[in-house]
Design a protein around this ligand. Structure first.
Ligand code: TPP
Ligand code: MG
Length: 344
């Protein structure tokens, strides 16, 4: 079901999801073209979680993310040009190319830290929430992380303290561990935890919880809206488990495009694409699911969606042109913006 908001907002969500998809697809092709090196992760297949959640934040709220952070940054309104330059390690990036994909930050947008250390953002987000509480401006700290973070001790300390201190924090666990379990309603197969329903962990620690289909924009919108009311009202932490089916390009060590670029023809019928992934296109892809909902509600027809796609692709082209035209940092830059200069 679509969120109960204006058509303008529904459209903005769809366009932002599309921007994330095309940006990440471009990033994969840039890597395949050897434009940059090193490990990186993409957010494709999880757009229906981050976009409706982050769209509801106030500009002064705090956002903490993980290794799968590009989509969260775009959802928060980070400039695609600067974001791509940062990911490629160029001086045009938000951190002058020194943070790279794994440590993106944009303090002006409340993105103080993303961490590739699994679970690493959770204590920091809890600390920010404590600051938010003490500042008394009803700022909320939102922490997105994967199911794997619940393997880490830091996650439990953070969740426990958040509850003890009743701080305004929303933990959003993006559980991309595949399929729903038929034997336990509301539970998902997880690879790394004995607990099948991750909200049970948070509930035991006193959090208010919600388990939703992370591919459903409306479900995420409503869970987040309720969580925000609760935490801004001083009622303590919330934990949302958003279950998503892992995107087929995300199974290997490196992201791949086994299905090619997303073919939007699947929104209004059967598009072209490898037969093996027809189920993904028809039922699981959260972007296609949402665009179909907009179409069925009469908010966007085929031509409108294609026009959005053209505009988004141009925005990604411009980002690529900017990032590729931006130089790498000078070697001497390595000694700047550090706590202690080497050799001192
Ligand atoms: C503390 C720590 N242990 C191991 C790793 C290596 N590592 C990188 S991503 C990852 C999987 C994380 O799974 P999850 O948090 O569910 O995120 P997903 O990639 O599934 O979105 C692991 C184990 C790490 N980065 N940090
Ligand atoms: Mg995971």
């Amino acid at each position: 079901m679509l969120p109960d908001v204006s058509a303008e907002r529904l459209v903005a969500i769809g366009r932002r999801m599309l921007l994330i998809r095309r940006f990440e697809e471009r990033l994969i092709t840039l890597f395949q073209d050897k434009v940059f090196v090193g490990h990186y992760h993409v957010y494709i297949g999880q757009e229906a979680t981050g976009v409706p959640a982050i769209a509801q934040l106030r500009p002064d709220d705090f956002l903490f993310s993980t290794h799968r952070n590009h989509g969260h940054n775009l959802a928060r309104g980070v400039d695609p040009k600067m974001l791509l330059a940062e990911i490629l390690g160029r001086v045009g990036g938000m951190s002058r190319g020194k943070a790279g994909t794994l440590h993106l930050s944009d303090p002006q947008r409340g993105i103080f830290h993303t961490s590739a250390v699994v679970g690493g953002s959770m204590p920091l987000a809890t600390g920010a929430a404590l600051a938010g509480k003490q500042l008394g401006k009803q700022q909320v700290s939102v922490c997105l992380f994967g199911d794997g973070a619940l393997e880490e001790g830091a996650a439990y300390e953070a969740m426990n303290l958040a509850s003890l201190w009743k701080v305004p924090i929303i933990f959003i666990c993006e559980n991309n561990c595949l399929e729903a379990r038929e034997d336990i309603p509301g539970a998902w197969h997880t690879t790394c935890l004995t607990t099948q329903r991750l909200i049970d962990i948070a509930a035991a620690l006193g959090h208010s919880t919600a388990a939703i289909d992370g591919g459903d924009v409306g479900a995420m919108w409503s869970a987040m809206s309720q969580a925000l009311d609760r935490v801004r009202g001083g009622e303590g932490p919330c934990f949302i488990e958003a279950a998503t089916i892992r995107w087929p390009g995300n199974f290997g060590l490196w992201p791949e495009l086994p299905m090619g670029l997303t073919n939007l023809a699947w929104v209004w019928g059967a598009g072209e694409g490898p037969a093996a992934y027809e189920g993904w296109f028809r039922e699981q892809d959260p972007l296609l699911r949402y665009l179909r909902e907009l179409q069925a509600a009469g908010i966007a027809d085929r031509d409108t969606i294609l026009a959005w796609d053209e505009a988004v692709r141009k925005e990604v082209d411009a980002a690529a042109q900017f990032a590729l035209g931006s130089p790498s940092p000078e070697p001497a830059e390595a000694r700047r913006h550090v706590f202690v200069e080497a050799g001192r």
